[in-house]
Design a protein around this ligand. Sequence first.
Ligand code: ZN
Length: 336
Amino acid sequence: MSEAALATKGKQSEHLMKRLSDSQRRSWRWLSFFTALATTLMPLVSQAENARLAVIIDDLGYHQRGCRDVLALPGPLNLAFLPHTPFAAQYAEKAHQSGHTIMLHLPMSNHSGARLGPGGVNGRMSHDVLAQTMRDGLVSIPHVQGFNNHMGSRLTENRPAMDTLMTVAAEQGLFFIDSRTTVKTTAQQAAREANIPNLRRHVFLDNDTRTEALARQFKQAVRLARKKGLAVLIGHPYPETLAFLHQQLPNLDSDIELIRLDDELLVAAPPVPSAPDPLPEPVVAEIQEPAVTEWCPWCTPDHDRDDQQRSGSVFQPDHAVLLWPWESVVSGSYLY
Ligand SMILES: [Zn+2]
């Protein structure tokens, strides 16, 4: 609109106001006020209605193809790398540059006796060894901002061990996500009491990698995100999972927002462990968990058998290095 037109319009409004009675003028001003207020608040209201979905992909680092395919997904995502694995450092760097959040996926002892792989922690370790093992794992992966547990059904029940890990998280300014591989986990409580920003896993995406099962789990995560405002979904770099996410993530409903967990949890300055004021109560899901899932796609014999069936390959006792059907095998001695 030109200056002349604006001036004309201004004069018209002035003229109109002069013709109105006092009460009409008051009504007119109130109407203008509420219109301006509504215009200002509308974006805030619609923002508050957004449902936040944090997608974590665990178990990255052993397989190049898995790392590469994860980076082809739309994000932002939260990528959890196993420490001291062949491709963790290289792909954590690339993932960081692509705008994803990097996490340490710390292997923890479990009731099923599955091997932990390099950088694993267990309850027989002293406080110092436990803490140093975690620190070494953190050094092996660049740009780490948080951590979650790989397996851990045994260790997350061990409160003193969790307290030790949280002291390292505090000194490094990390957030923590409890993967919840046991209902008796003490990990989130330990994080809370150490003032570590924390959340829990709400839904595992791919315990069953059939398309209908993936769709069901994904739908549950979306439903929870809408209900609670935030849901944490954990998946793994299986070909089926990545193909599913490749299809789903670009087509999310407009009210679903993918989030980085560091944006969610580390917006304020890193907390001081001894700070007297507790952090806001974290989101706690109200879902019932029918069964505990100990999740280690590389370490459990069951998964090895699944892999064997998929690929038709011979079962490898050194199962932690069993790769996707189309990938070459990494030397076992490199890993253990
Ligand atoms: Zn894991």
